[in-house]
Design a protein around this ligand. Structure first.
Ligand code: PMM
Length: 288
């Protein structure tokens, strides 16, 4: 995991949901998940994020044994193929088993709230921990999307979780923060968080953005007839979010369509590379 957090271009994290009911790929990829993960890596994903529990709004929980049964063989297969793996789980036991099998990132959308053993477990593992903003499980999260000032509340709640996990022994410099777009958030909240990403940056920790194919993009792209495009039709919008997040220095983006986000990151990098340093522009002489 050593070079995972070193400064560099925005990492593209490829989504590999091994669920029959995932929000945005409808479980279409359950056939050969290892091959699909290898393809995501070949397309430029720095990490492949393997999840066995749907977090689609309204989804019921999957039991722990079933989650492990779905996830572990895929983690093992990808690690054997040389693919860097992240495990998307809210369960400490699944995180422990996946890291033992070679996963290098524990991606916990609940920020340690869903399983009281998660923080202490991660503290004992050699891995990066993605800590997301979260308020409750999928069956109730939409009813928890109430905020006065969403950005300050998300910041405060992330800060409290960061304190909790570091108190449990997780090193701060192993934590990546995530605003948890769509988790207990309406579209307007997601946009406000993206618009004020700089405020989350003040933690001085890497940021991961998971906007890919989400409802707020569907709502944005709805036609005059109100018809919301299906998740796969939101990849261009997702890639634009990737570009904007990369321009603001996000550590990573979690996406389904890896190729378009890899392209977006490359464009941002080239654009930045074209900038002339202010000191070379003769600004002082112009001002005098
Ligand atoms: N979103 C989903 C699942 N896991 N992990 C992180 N860190 N951030 C996210 O925004 C996130 C996540 C839900 O999306 P999916 O059902 O399309 O995978």
């Amino acid at each position: 995991m050593n070079d995972l957090l070193t400064p560099g271009p925005t990492r593209v994290v490829g989504v590999l949901n091994v669920t029959p009911d995932s929000f945005s790929d409808g479980g279409r990829h359950t056939g050969d998940p290892v091959a699909r993960g290898v393809a995501l890596h070949a397309a430029g994903a720095a990490l492949v994020d393997v999840g066995g529990e749907s977090t689609r709004p309204g989804a019921a929980r999957v039991d722990a044994a079933e989650e492990l049964r779905r996830v572990l063989p895929v983690v093992e297969g990808l690690v054997a193929a040389g693919v860097p793996v992240s495990v998307d789980t809210m369960r400490a036991a699944t995180a422990r088993a996946a890291v033992a099998a070679g996963a290098v990132v524990v991606n916990d959308v609940s920020g340690g709230l869903a399983d009281e053993d998660m923080a202490a477990t991660v503290a004992g593992l050699d891995c990066v921990y993605v800590l997301s903003h979260w308020r409750g499980f999928s069956d109730v999260m939409n009813s928890l999307a109430t905020y006065g000032h969403v950005v300050s509340e998300v910041r405060a709640e992330l800060s409290a979780r960061l304190d909790a996990v570091t108190s449990a022994g997780v090193a701060r410099d192993r934590v990546v923060l995530d605003p948890g777009l769509g988790f207990a958030k309406a579209a307007e909240h997601d946009w406000k968080l993206l618009g004020d990403l700089d405020l989350l940056d003040r933690f001085g920790l890497p940021l991961l953005i998971g906007a890919s194919r989400k409802r707020f993009l569907g709502a944005l792209l709805a036609g005059p007839d109100g018809v919301v495009p299906p998740p796969e039709a939101r990849d261009t919008a997702t890639a634009v979010v990737t570009a904007l997040a990369a321009e603001r220095g996000a550590w990573g983006v979690r996406v389904h369509d890896v190729a378009s986000s890899v392209t977006a990151v490359r464009v941002v990098d080239a654009w930045r590379g074209g900038r002339t340093p202010v000191t070379s522009l003769g600004m002082e002489s112009e001002a005098s």
